[in-house]
Design a binder for this molecule. Structure first.
Ligand SMILES: O=C(O)CCC(=O)C(=O)O
Ligand SMILES: [Fe+2]
Length: 290
């Protein structure tokens, strides 16, 4: 499968009456298509009370290690933060080509995406230059196929609070926007090599309620023996606005997760998912599940 070019950036239609007061301060960088306003002060203040609820450990199933915050982001600001991010972040739809036989088809990823951050081998200076993490020297032009972009202040505020709560560190942020119930992500695990073994991923939900499905990967029969271990039962979390699921330990190595398409009352509404991850070594831009 050939990963193809990114669609051009789009500005999503602003809600009629934004539920936030836009800050005059903005994050700017040569890699952004436009400046991204800082998190409105009212949201930053309310995030001081996060997490709203204590996290519930979910580790009673084979290879499963989750902490479920229901919610993490205070409900007083959840819908405002959704509107803010939907309006102010530079979302795009990733397109790629698949070839079946001799026929090439272009596939649209069924959701909008935007990615920020850089792995541990590099860092951004205060002026926005990308340098080698150890030497502080400018990195060679060939290091990255896709130019990394610094995490804008509005997401970095949430990243820092999440680090404090979870005791994990994050340097990478992927945001998904599901415009309606037709948008989805198929079963996958976030086990890319650049995330290292046993990655911790903090995954936030805003906007429409959507089901987060998890199932254990097939367990191969034990070699030389007749012991067949059954996979644990699948899990369904009905993620609501402000919820956060921390996935860690052996979860990614052994479980798959997905957000299926959805019909019904919530299908007309959009949903935003923010994931914080820690990229250990440089990746290949391979963060793509359909
Ligand atoms: O939208 C979600 O809750 C999950 C997104 C996800 O699994 C991913 O981006 O890897
Ligand atoms: Fe994922």
């Amino acid at each position: 499968m050939k990963r193809g070019a990114l669609d051009s950036f789009v500005t999503l239609v602003a809600p009629k009456k934004p539920k936030y007061e836009a800050s005059a301060d903005k994050s700017s960088h040569a890699s952004y298509p436009f400046a991204i306003p800082h998190l409105p002060a009212q949201f930053t203040e309310q995030l001081g009370f996060a997490p709203s609820e204590e996290g519930k450990p979910m580790n009673d199933q084979l290879d499963l290690d989750l902490v479920y915050y229901q919610p993490y982001i205070p409900s007083s600001i959840a819908s405002g933060v959704f509107d803010f991010l939907r309006t102010e972040l530079p979302f795009y739809r990733v397109k790629y080509n698949i070839t079946r036989g001799s026929i090439q088809t272009q596939v649209n990823t069924p959701r909008f995406t935007t990615v920020f951050g850089v792995d541990e081998t590099s860092r951004f200076t205060a002026s926005g230059a990308l340098v080698d993490a150890k030497s502080g020297r400018p990195i060679e032009a060939s290091r990255y196929k896709c130019k990394p972009r610094p995490i804008p202040q509005c997401l970095d505020e949430l990243r820092k609070i999440t680090e404090g709560t979870t005791g994990e560190t994050f340097n990478f942020c992927l945001v998904n926007y599901y415009a309606d119930g037709q948008d989805s992500i198929s079963y996958h695990s976030d086990d890319e090599r650049f995330l290292g073994p046993n990655p911790a991923i903090a995954s936030f939900s805003l906007g429409a309620k959507r089901d987060f499905l998890m199932k254990h990967k097939p367990i191969p029969p034990k070699q030389g023996g007749d012991v067949i271990q059954e996979e644990p039962k699948p899990i369904k979390l009905a993620l609501g606005p402000g919820d956060m699921v921390l996935m860690r330990g052996k979860t990614q190595a052994n479980w798959l997760h997905s957000i299926p398409k959805r019909a019904g009352a919530e299908a007309g509404r959009g949903r935003i998912n923010i994931t914080f991850r820690k990229a250990m070594v440089k990746g290949d831009g391979e963060l793509l599940s359909v």
